[in-house]
Design a protein around this ligand. Structure first.
Ligand code: 2NE
Length: 270
């Protein structure tokens, strides 16, 4: 991996190799809990990976083997959200969830140790989850006075079914990697020593496939549950593809050349 040294990252690490960007939450002393600044850095890193044409797949993980992420940092939880250094209270992880969901490249959660609370929702929002045998999953919201009634509830129900999703949220139990696999909460479970190699293998396999097909499929999986925003995502992809055709370019060129467009050569396809 080549380390990407972005200015000012305190809470995360970013690495890149072979078309894969690896973004790691790096607060192992609190089981990789996030504070508002962590989330801002994650948003920035995902934005970089999104815009980089050399990146085809993104891995989200946590530093160390004990945790993927333990959710919001409870030490700086104020009365209206998580407090940043300036005292402003945020729930900006919700923005990060939307970003990962709509980002047009596959995002893979590489989970060792705990994926708990808001950290569990982060793995859930990723397109694929690869778990080490020591991974443990669960929500704690109702125990610690919190909940995620957005993707945390809805996406979970869509992923594993309503009964299981309600069980996870209402009982606040922890589930081991095999239980998570049986529920369909993760894609595979591997020994911890093989976690990164397996994840990279899966990424390499996706990198061999058509990026446009993966992009459109990701948008398609979101479209029905995202309403107009989901349709916008799919439609934006259609516009992007149309711009690459001679037909669309004739419209642009005619305008710039101050002449009437000639769409005559373009067939009306059945
Ligand atoms: C993650 C878990 C199960 C790990 O347990 P264990 O026994 O392995 O470690 P331990 O000793 O609990 O944790 C190690 C250190 O990390 C801190 C702990 O306080 C402890 O600190 P020290 O005693 O060494 O000083 N730590 C762990 N998680 C933390 C956290 N989230 N914030 C601040 N410090 C944390 C166990 O630690 C655990 O259950 N953690 C809490 C999980 C949790 O409830 N997270 C918040 C859920 S709410 C949320 O994330 C959220 C939301 O619902 C909606 C929107 C946004 C966020």
């Amino acid at each position: 991996w080549e380390a990407i040294t972005a200015p000012g990252y305190q809470d995360i690490l970013m690495h890149q190799a072979e078309g894969i960007a690896k973004i790691s939450i790096n607060r192992p002393e609190v089981r990789n809990a996030f504070r508002p600044e962590t989330v801002l850095e994650l948003i920035d890193a995902f934005h970089r990976a999104h815009l980089d044409p050399g990146v085809g797949v993104i891995i989200l993980t946590g530093a160390g083997e004990l945790a993927f992420c333990s959710g919001g940092d409870q030490r700086i939880r104020g009365d209206g959200g998580y407090r940043d250094a300036a005292g402003t209270e945020h729930l900006n992880v919700l923005e990060l969830q939307r970003q990962i969901r709509s980002l047009p490249k596959p995002v893979v959660a590489m989970v060792a140790g705990y994926a708990i609370g808001g950290g569990h929702v982060l793995h859930l929002i990723c397109d694929l989850s690869i778990a080490a045998e020591n991974a443990r999953f669960g929500q704690t919201g109702p125990k610690v006075g919190s909940f995620d009634a957005g993707f945390g509830a809805g996406q979970m129900a869509r992923t594993i079914g309503l009964k299981r999703a309600k069980e996870i949220w209402f009982l606040c139990r922890q589930y081991d990697a095999q239980e998570a696999l049986q529920m369909g909460l993760v894609n595979t479970v591997v020994p911890i020593a093989e976690l990164e190699t397996t994840t990279v293998d899966w990424c390499r396999q996706m990198l061999r496939h058509s990026p446009t097909a993966l992009r459109l499929l990701k948008a398609a999986f979101n479209a029905d549950s995202d309403g107009l925003a989901g349709i916008q995502e799919l439609a934006g992809n259609a516009t992007g593809l149309f711009y690459q055709t001679a037909e669309a370019q004739e419209g642009r060129d005619a305008f710039l050349e101050k002449r009437a467009p000639d769409f005559g050569p373009f067939r009306r396809r059945p």
